[in-house]
Design a binder for this molecule. Structure first.
Ligand code: NAD
Ligand code: UDP
Ligand code: UDP
Length: 332
């Protein structure tokens, strides 16, 4: 018998670059608009390995194609309403349709995604000891009676309306986050994101900025839903990593305090993108919040974050992206 042990079999994988990653990060909904920008940012850090889970309901593989085949990147087709077994250090939980036309399309599925999906991701976070960030929404403030909205406002939400699958769903998701935090000691972060826009938004997403820009490029009337005096505050896609890496649970508003009526937005899009386009007034949908504007003192003080791109600067960046994807160049 040989008395010396055989030398340890050096795994060829051990020296491969991707094993040097020291943080494995799960991004649910990573094929979507905000998720894919987040993935780009996370992938820029060589220490991160990024796993995206998405069912492609509103997202697209196209948003992630730049990372296909990268050793630190992995894409899994999976629905978060089903349990997920995986080993990760951090979870950015974004999976959920965000545009009213999509979240109202199958409201039962939307609320399952918010409730069961978030429960599953919290169960996963608990099992592996991961920190988890939820992208909640300004919709938790409903049709707000307090203006502008800071994080202490409890909101004014219709529990049985057609938007409830989304806004009540996110409210339950926030409750689950805090209950897992208090009961099981899970490290949580909650962002309440206000209307976000930017390149890569689904062209037929149905939200107002993408609608107006696509309409202006296609020379179709800009559809202002009545009365048009309702306001939103539009933020260029940004800011979640700071919240994850900081020490505050939140909720923290992530948004741009610049407030516009839909009429002002339509006029700005017209001026910047197509001065000849018509503006048309159309009916609105039920329970549309009349005003929305974030107080971002917490984001500034606790995260050192504030928006840097003004609407007039952000719209042309989105126009450029939409023109490329639609194949319509600007005519002088
Ligand atoms: P999006 O629709 O582009 O992305 C959502 C992604 O989640 C898509 O890729 C979709 O396919 C995926 N998804 C949906 N249901 C799923 C499920 N059951 N299982 C797995 N994947 C699923 O939307 P977005 O604008 O990128 O929004 C991302 C997150 O940010 C959402 O949680 C949304 O509620 C939140 N948010 C967005 C805004 C905004 O203005 N865009 C504002 C507030 C909050
Ligand atoms: N879960 C999951 N992945 C895991 C651990 C749990 O998807 O790695 C799911 C699990 O199926 C359950 C949910 O998360 O439905 C909540 O899990 P938890 O352990 O908190 O509760 P329990 O399983 O005891 O109900
Ligand atoms: N809106 C509009 N025209 C459109 C789409 C939306 O005037 O083509 C209005 C809508 O009535 C709402 C605001 O724009 O007051 C923002 O709607 P969006 O669906 O973008 O986001 P929400 O904040 O309602 O989730």
């Amino acid at each position: 018998y040989a008395t010396t042990k055989p030398p340890p079999n050096p795994s060829p994988l051990r020296n491969a670059k991707f094993f040097q990653a020291n943080m494995r990060i799960l991004v649910t909904g990573g094929a979507g608009f905000i998720g894919s920008h987040l993935v780009d940012r996370l992938m820029q850090n060589e220490k991160n390995e990024v796993v995206v889970v998405d069912n492609y309901f509103t997202g697209s593989k196209d948003n992630l194609k730049q990372w296909f085949g990268h050793p630190r990147f992995e894409l899994i087709r999976h629905d978060v309403t089903q349990p997920l077994l995986i080993e990760v250090d951090q979870i950015y939980h974004l999976a959920c349709p965000a545009s009213p036309i999509f979240y109202k399309y199958n409201p039962v599925k939307t609320i399952k995604t918010n409730v069961i999906g978030t429960l599953n991701m919290l169960g996963l976070a608990k099992r592996v000891g991961a920190r988890i960030l939820l992208t909640s929404t300004s919709e938790v403030y409903g049709d707000p009676l307090v203006h502008p909205q800071d994080e202490s406002y409890w909101g004014n939400v219709n529990p049985i309306g057609v938007r409830s699958c989304y806004d009540e769903g996110k409210r339950v998701a926030e409750t689950l986050m805090f209950d897992y935090h208090r009961q099981h000691g899970i490290e949580i972060r909650i962002a309440r994101i206000f209307n976000t826009y930017g390149p890569r938004m689904n062209i037929d997403d149905g939200r107002v900025v993408s609608n107006f820009i696509a309409q202006a490029i296609r020379n179709e009337p800009l559809t202002i839903q009545s009365p048009g005096t309702q306001t939103r505050s539009f933020c260029y896609v940004d800011g979640l990593i700071r919240l994850m890496e900081g020490s505050n649970t939140g909720p923290i508003n992530i948004g741009n305090p610049g407030e516009f009526t839909m009429i002002e937005l339509a006029e700005t899009v017209k001026e910047l993108i197509n001065p000849k386009v018509e503006i048309q007034h159309v009916d609105n949908t039920p329970d549309d919040p009349r005003q929305r504007k974030p107080v971002i003192t917490k984001a500034k003080e606790l995260l050192g974050w504030e928006p840097t791109i003004k609407l007039r600067e952000g719209l042309p960046l989105m126009e450029e992206d939409f023109r490329k994807r639609l194949g319509i160049t600007r005519t002088p």
